[in-house]
Design a protein around this ligand. Structure first.
Ligand code: F6P
Length: 327
């Protein structure tokens, strides 16, 4: 395949996600197999600006596929948001003779990638690395499955104590404004409901839930809540229930950053490996400004502008499965 790319820079940016290391490994080895040199850029765009750039060989990525987090470290860079910052970043790219970038991260990271690519005419390919599963044009993202399993395992433990004390638990999970983590973990853990940002009901989700008598046949229950301002968060919902329904013994658990850690599941390792190899393939095919996605188990290229568009719909089928299985 005819491509002028002889070396790439590779970085992870934004919130880390399990499977990022598997992606780093796959991108590095796929590049080297195609005689492309790889430069690891530490601390995301921050490190691109401060020149924390080191050449990677195949053994630079040995023994990392099973590790959570990212060996390249991650950061959110204020400076990269300015033109001045991006100019500094571009100088370092030139200094190392880097022809293209592979960026692993979420919507903020891919938005930055799109701006940078257009400003300096650099080919950039993105990999969706985020537990939130909030990127459009892809069925799933690297880290989402592991986070889902972590939440499910935590919910199984919460269920034990909820059942013993006959309590109502509100469990808050990450996802920013995307309800996939809450909805699918509610299904997987057998919870009673998920309060998610994508759903707006005539009253509100909590009032409807209670009026529908979601605890009719149960003495204990668990409700998943997405951390978003739109849902109000678990603490706020629990306070409302305590006031309006003092008969319920209510508790709150906020799972927090433990959702981002841990060894990636087989599914995330395979997804990250496939996407990493596809990123190099895309560059060889002269693709630019695209995110690698997966649709119906096939690799697809999604233009950055499409990937970061906040129009990922929540699956009606999944909502129905939760409704039916939680009666
Ligand atoms: O985007 C990933 C994510 O974990 C979100 O779910 C969460 O809202 C956010 O990052 C937390 O960011 P930080 O680690 O910077 O507090």
């Amino acid at each position: 395949m005819d491509s002028n790319i002889k070396s790439i820079g590779l970085l992870t940016s934004g919130g880390d996600a399990p499977g990022m290391n598997a992606a780093i490994r796959a991108v590095t080895r796929a590049a080297i197999s195609n005689d492309i040199r790889v430069f690891g850029i530490y601390r995301g765009y921050k490190g691109l600006i401060s020149n924390e750039i080191v050449e990677f060989k195949t053994n630079s990525v040995s023994n990392i596929i099973q590790q959570g987090g990212t060996i390249l470290k991650s950061a959110r860079s204020e400076e990269f948001m300015s033109e001045e910052g991006r100019k500094k970043a571009y100088k370092n790219i030139q200094k190392h003779g880097i022809d293209a970038l592979v960026v692993i991260g979420g919507d903020g990271s891919l938005t930055g990638a799109g701006i940078f690519a257009n400003e300096f005419n650099i080919p950039i390919v993105g990999l969706p690395g985020t537990i939130d599963n909030d990127l459009s044009g892809t069925d799933t993202t690297i880290g989402y499955d592991t986070a889902l399993n972590t939440i499910m395992q935590s919910m199984d433990k919460i269920r034990d104590t909820a059942t013993s004390h006959e309590r109502l638990f509100f469990v808050e999970v990450m996802g920013r404004n995307c309800g996939y983590l809450a909805l699918n973990s509610a299904i997987a853990a057998g919870a009673e409901a998920a309060i998610i940002p994508e759903i707006s009901t005539k009253k509100d989700q909590l009032t409807e839930l209670i009026e529908q008598g979601f605890r009719k046949y149960k003495s204990s229950s668990m409700v998943l809540v997405t951390e978003s301002k739109i849902t109000g968060g678990a603490i706020n919902l629990a306070e409302r229930v305590k006031k309006q329904y003092p008969q319920y013994d209510v508790r709150v658990t906020i799972l927090g950053h433990l959702q981002r850690g841990g060894s990636p599941t087989a599914q995330d390792r395979i997804l990250a490996s496939r996407m990493g190899v596809a990123a190099i393939q895309a560059l060889l095919e002269n693709q630019r400004n695209v995110m690698i996605g997966i649709k119906e188990n096939e690799i697809v290229y999604v233009p950055f502008v499409r990937a970061i568009k906040k129009d990922k719909e929540i699956s009606k089928e999944l909502l129905e499965v939760l409704r039916v299985t939680s009666i």
